[in-house]
Design a protein around this ligand. Structure first.
Ligand SMILES: Cc1cc2nc3c(=O)[nH]c(=O)nc-3n(C[C@H](O)[C@H](O)[C@H](O)COP(=O)(O)OP(=O)(O)OC[C@H]3O[C@@H](n4cnc5c(N)ncnc54)[C@H](O)[C@@H]3O)c2cc1C
Length: 598
């Protein structure tokens, strides 16, 4: 399996399209110069390409091992973690007061992309630690922050996220784990969690579990959930490890992919924990972690899609089969390479145009997070834009990337299906991404059911306004015209389906549920269209300088010709409404067989 960090692409998006250097004018980001970002990118690339990538297949083949409550990971995983610990890269994005370097999220998402491309199983564990850090930072007491954050930042202690129970996945209101207050102000937690990523392992001395649980007499449902920090070892105030807490792994799951990431059943047997945030407001605190994770999961998609693309491309250039339909392209060879065939080019160009669009969308979301933290007049607007884009980045990037990974396997033909080339691992590893952190169906409901109607469409306008402004400013641009026109139509179509869902949804919530997934895809493709317009604008301005920009024009044109039209079919599907979908009686789904309940 080969992989090179696409540095030129990173520079294009970060610097030329999103103008990341503007951030240096703001306090806290003064040191984030382009030279600094380049230096760090080189360092990340070296570690990812030379250490993380070789560990990936080993993680798949050996996987996490469970024995008597302990989980061991392959030595190569330890080397991979040590590499980012020793170079201080773990600390990059944390606040300076806790030992971090305070780098922008716009850059962080690309770091996530690289780490997920080279070892997604491992990247999920470092990603969860970053999310847990943010949650404790935002909602934890000063004592908790002082004790735990510096050790998370240094990579000595990892974090987890403990929501799921056997009977409670999407519907967190069903949660049963209990917490009782102790005399010393801490809490005692009892219950069982399942599917906990990194719930036990030997990569770090301590593991910090962020656990959702119920206090006695708390309201039923999601309004009665609180959040607790439950460390594996209870540290003394100086951070030295104390007694083993009563939280342990009972087993790990056998699963389809991401085998190097242990997925644990975790028992809490009167374990000691500390409240994070307010009692009964645990979900709000947990959401600060989940929103971070949703963006990171989107980058799992982009990362795997990128490595799959790089390998699909290399294979298409190398493998000789058949002849160009117009006659032999390389008559001196026994056959032409796969890349001469239009159907292979279709898959490669679809992948390339989507990956570049998705990366740009994620960086735009990242830089909007950074801008929302800077303050000033645009703070609120940027925060609202991030709320709108988060479910789109999570679901769109993971769904499309699963399609891309499958297509790139297809480029290999039968050689993709066998283990040797590693393509089937990419497909298996990525398949979890549309499921965890809230399934993509739930992301779609979040977008269509919560974000769309909020304050009479206020969040939607955070996207529509800049997009409409772009159209106005560039409508007569001779170069861009060809792209602005279809985009303007696509945007109008999205405005129409938004109105349709908002109106129909008022009277009948099934309309929202029935249209949500198509709506997210339609919205996502329009958002990618907006990203492509911005990329094309830069590319037209510079296309005499470097071939890179010429290639951008072809890729962007492919996107608008062959990918963007899907917005139309999605709109048509939405306009059909919920009627037929709901008309089928439950019993009608079966043929002449019957399941209980049907
Ligand atoms: C490998 C792995 C690692 C994981 N890591 C973690 C972790 O670290 N921490 C953690 O807490 N959890 C973790 N999970 C759990 C994961 O987040 C859940 O599996 C996921 O949220 C879905 O819950 P569920 O599996 O119970 O499915 P269910 O909730 O039973 O959903 C089944 C299907 O029904 C749909 N559905 C459910 N409710 C609705 C609704 N109201 N409207 C429309 N559709 C609905 C879903 O979209 C899904 O398609 C992990 C899971 C796996 C497999």
């Amino acid at each position: 399996m080969r992989y090179r960090v696409p540095k030129r692409e990173f520079e294009f998006v970060l610097r030329e399209v999103m103008n990341i250097e503007q951030l240096t004018q703001h306090p806290g980001y003064e040191e984030v110069t382009w030279e600094m970002l380049q230096m760090i990118t080189d360092q990340v690339a070296e570690i990812a390409e030379d250490i993380w990538l070789p560990s990936n297949q080993i993680g798949d083949q050996i996987g996490a091992k469970f024995k008597e409550g302990e989980v061991t990971l392959p030595p190569e995983f330890h080397d991979a973690i040590n590499a980012i610990r020793d170079t201080g890269l773990v600390t990059l994005f944390a606040h300076q007061e806790y030992g971090g370097m305070g780098f922008p999220t716009a850059f962080e998402v690309l770091g996530d992309e690289v780490m997920c491309a080279t070892n997604m199983a491992l990247a999920t564990m470092t990603g969860l630690t970053k999310g847990a850090y943010r949650c404790i930072h935002q909602y934890g007491s000063e004592e908790l922050k002082a004790l735990y954050l510096p050790r998370m930042v240094s990579g000595e202690w990892f974090g987890t996220m403990c929501l799921t129970e056997a009977h409670c996945g999407t519907d967190l209101g069903l949660l049963r784990t209990k917490a009782i207050e102790r005399e010393d102000g801490s809490y005692q937690l009892s219950g069982e969690k399942i599917f906990i990523t990194g719930g036990e392992h030997d990569l770090t001395d301590n593991i910090l579990h962020l656990v959702l649980a119920r206090l006695p007499d708390s309201p039923k449902g999601v309004k009665g959930i609180s959040l607790f920090l439950v460390p594996k070892f209870i540290p003394a105030s100086d951070g030295s490890l104390g007694e083993r807490n009563a939280i342990r792994a009972l087993s790990i799951e056998e699963k389809m992919g991401c085998k190097g990431s242990p997925t644990c059943v975790i028992a809490l047997e009167e374990a000691q924990g500390w409240l994070i945030g307010e009692p009964n407001h645990g979900l709000r605190a947990m959401f600060s972690m989940m929103n971070h994770e949703r963006l990171a999961v989107g980058m799992e998609g982009v990362g795997i899609a990128e490595i799959a693309y790089q390998n699909g491309l290399a294979y298409a250039l190398d493998r000789l089969q058949g002849r160009d339909l117009k006659g032999a392209r390389y008559p001196e060879q026994e056959a032409d390479p796969l890349i001469v065939h239009p159907d292979i080019r279709r898959m490669l160009l679809r992948a390339k145009s989507l990956i570049e669009g998705m990366r740009c969308l994620a960086v735009w979301t990242g830089i909007s997070i950074d801008r929302s933290q800077i303050g000033g007049a645009t703070r609120e607007a940027n925060g609202e834009l991030v709320e709108l884009l988060t479910p789109i980045v999570k679901a769109l990037c993971t769904d499309l990337s699963c399609e891309i990974a499958n297509d790139m396997l297809q480029v290999y033909g039968g050689h993709g299906y066998i283990r040797e080339h590693g393509m089937e691992q990419l497909v298996r590893d990525l398949r979890i991404a549309p499921i965890w952190e809230g399934t993509n169906g739930i992301q779609a409901l979040d977008l269509a059911g919560r974000k769309l109607p909020r304050d009479m469409g206020r969040l939607l306008r955070r996207f529509f306004h800049p997009a409409l402004e772009f159209i106005e400013l560039n409508r007569d641009d001779t170069n861009l015209k060809e792209f602005v026109e279809p985009f303007a139509k696509g945007l109008r179509g999205l405005q129409k389906t938004s109105m349709f869902l908002a109106q129909k949804g008022l009277g009948n919530p099934h309309e929202i549920g029935a249209g949500a997934t198509d709506y997210l895809r339609q919205f996502g493709l329009v958002a990618l269209g907006y990203m492509w317009l911005q990329m094309l604008k830069v590319a037209f301005a510079k296309c005499d300088d470097e071939e890179f920009y010429e290639y951008k024009l072809i890729t962007g044109r492919y996107f608008f010709e062959r990918v963007f039209p899907e917005t139309i079919s999605r709109a048509v599907a939405i306009s059909a409404g919920a009627k037929t979908m709901m008309a089928m009686p439950d019993a009608g789904f079966a043929g002449d067989y019957r399941f209980s309940g049907s």
